[in-house]
Write a protein that binds this ligand. Structure first.
Ligand code: SAH
Length: 342
C-alpha cells in the first residue's frame, strides 16, 4: 500500500485523478493529514464513508508512536523516543526557546558516517526514513504539547544528505502552505559534508539554513574524527560551501564540537576563523557531549569562551550553543542506544 503521508499535494491530486476521484479532495485529505494531524481515515469526517473505504484500500497512513519521553527539569527540553511501524526507533528533541518551539528530528535509523564522537553511528545505519516518518516526528510532538512548532533542525540521528531525496521532499512538505507551513528560513539541515549533495541542494535555491559539521580545521585532524574527511578534503568542502552561499544567498553555519585537548587550541581557533571567513560562515560552538564509548571530554567553559573570543577577534561571528537538556540523555543517539543495550 502507498504511504499517503509521503505524497505531496500535487502527487495526491494526480493519484486521485487516476483513481477517478475529484481532484479537489486532495486539499481536503492533505489538510487532515498535515494540518489537523489525524492518524486514521475514519477521522476524515468530511469525506464520504465510501471514499474513506476506497482510500483505506489504496493507502496506509504512516504513524510514529511515542515510546518514551524524558523532560529536563532544568530547561523543559523534551527528548522523545519514537517507534516506527517496523519496530525501529528514532529520537527527536523539543527545545523551548523564547522565540518559539524548536524540534530536532532524525533522518535515518542509525548512521553510517562513523564520526568518532557520535553515539548515533555506533551500530551503523539500519535504514533511511521516509518523508512521512520525518514529518510525523513533528506532528506527534505538536499534538503532545498542543503548541505550534516554529523551527525544525535535522540534527538528530542520521546523515540527511545520505537520504537526499526524502529529506528534500520533507523540506518541501513541511514548508508547504497547505501543511504546517513552517517558513524555510526556520529550517536547518546539518551535514557532515557530502559535497556533491551540498551542490545539488544549492541548485534547488531553497531558503533553508545549511549547517556543516566541521569539528577540525585541517584535513589530517578532521580525518581522525570524521571518516567522511577521507573522501572530501576541506578545500573541496569549502568550495561546496561557497557554491551554496552564492547560489542561495544564505549564510552557512559551521558546527564545531569542542573536545578537550583534541580540537580546542588557539591554533585550531585560528584555522577555523580562516575557513569561516572564506565561506562566509557563522560558527556554532558546543562542548562535546561525552559518550561513554568515545572517551572524549568536553572543553572547559573557560577555554570555550577563549575559543569564541579568538574567532571574534578575527571578525567571525560565533555563538556557544546553550547546552539544553543536560540532565537527560542529551547527545544524539544516547536514548535509543541505552534502550537497545538493555
Ligand atoms: N549527520 C549530520 C546531522 C546529525 S548530528 C551531521 O553530521 O551534521 C548533529 C550535530 O551534532 C553534528 O554537528 C554532529 O557532529 C554533532 N554531534 C554528534 N555527536 C556529538 C557529541 N557527542 N557531542 C557534540 N556534538 C555531537
Amino acid at each position: 500500500m502507498k504511504d499517503i503521508k509521503s505524497l505531496t499535494i500535487d502527487e495526491l491530486r494526480n493519484d486521485l485523478t487516476v483513481l477517478g476521484e475529484k481532484p479537489f479532495r486532495a486539499a481536503q485529505i492533505y489538510k487532515w493529514l498535515h494540518v489537523k494531524l489525524v492518524s486514521s481515515f475514519d477521522d476524515m469526517t468530511d469525506l464520504s464513508v465510501k471514499l474513506r473505504e476506497r482510500l483505506k484500500k489504496e493507502y496506509s497512513i504512516t504513524n510514529v508512536s511515542k515510546l518514551e519521553v524524558q523532560t529536563s527539569k532544568e530547561d523543559g527540553t523534551k527528548k522523545y523516543l519514537f517507534e516506527l511501524e517496523d519496530g525501529n526507533t528514532v529520537e527527536s528533541v523539543l527545545m523551548r526557546y523564547h522565540h518559539g518551539n524548536s524540534v530536532c528530528i532524525s533522518s535515518q535509523v542509525g548512521c553510517r558516517m562513523g564520526c568518532r564522537f557520535c553515539a548515533s553511528t555506533i551500530g551503523g545505519c539500519v535504514r533511511s526514513l521516509a518523508p512521512s516518518e520525518m514529518l510525523d516526528q513533528i506532528y506527534k510532538i505538536t499534538l503532545d504539547i498542543g503548541e505550534r512548532i516554529s523551527n525544525v533542525v535535522i540534527m538528530g540521528m542520521g546523515e540527511p544528505m545520505d537520504n537526499y531525496d526524502n529529506v528534500v521532499k520533507f523540506l518541501g512538505m513541511i514548508s508547504d502552505e497547505n501543511g504546517l507551513n513552517i517558513s524555510q528560513r526556520n529550517l536547518t539541515v546539518s551535514t557532515c559534508g557530502l559535497v556533491p549533495e551540498i551542490r545539488k541542494l544549492a541548485d534547488l535555491h531553497l531558503s533553508i539554513t545549511l549547517a556543516i559539521s566541521l569539528h577540525a580545521g585541517t584535513d589530517e585532524k578532521r580525518q581522525k574524527l570524521m571518516p567522511i574527511a577521507n573522501k572530501y578534503s576541506i578545500d573541496e568542502l569549502m568550495d561546496g560551501c561557497i557554491y551554496y552561499f552564492n547560489e542561495t544567498g544564505r549564510r552557512l553555519t559551521f558546527e564545531y564540537s569542542l573536545i578537550a585537548g583534541v580540537n580546542d587550541t588557539p591554533q585550531d581557533a585560528d584555522e577555523i576563523a580562516s575557513l569561516a571567513l572564506r565561506a562566509h560562515a557563522h560558527v556554532n560552538l558546543i562542548p562535546v557531549n561525552p559518550v561513554t564509548e568515545t572517551g572524549f571530554k568536553p572543553t572547559s567553559g573557560k577555554d570555550t569562551a577563549a575559543f569564541k573570543n579568538a574567532l571574534e577577534k578575527r571578525g567571525v561571528t560565533a555563538t556557544v550553543r546553550r547546552e539544553m537538556g543536560r540532565d537527560i540523555d542529551g547527545a544524539c543517539g544516547q536514548l535509543r542506544k541505552r534502550r537497545l543495550d538493555n
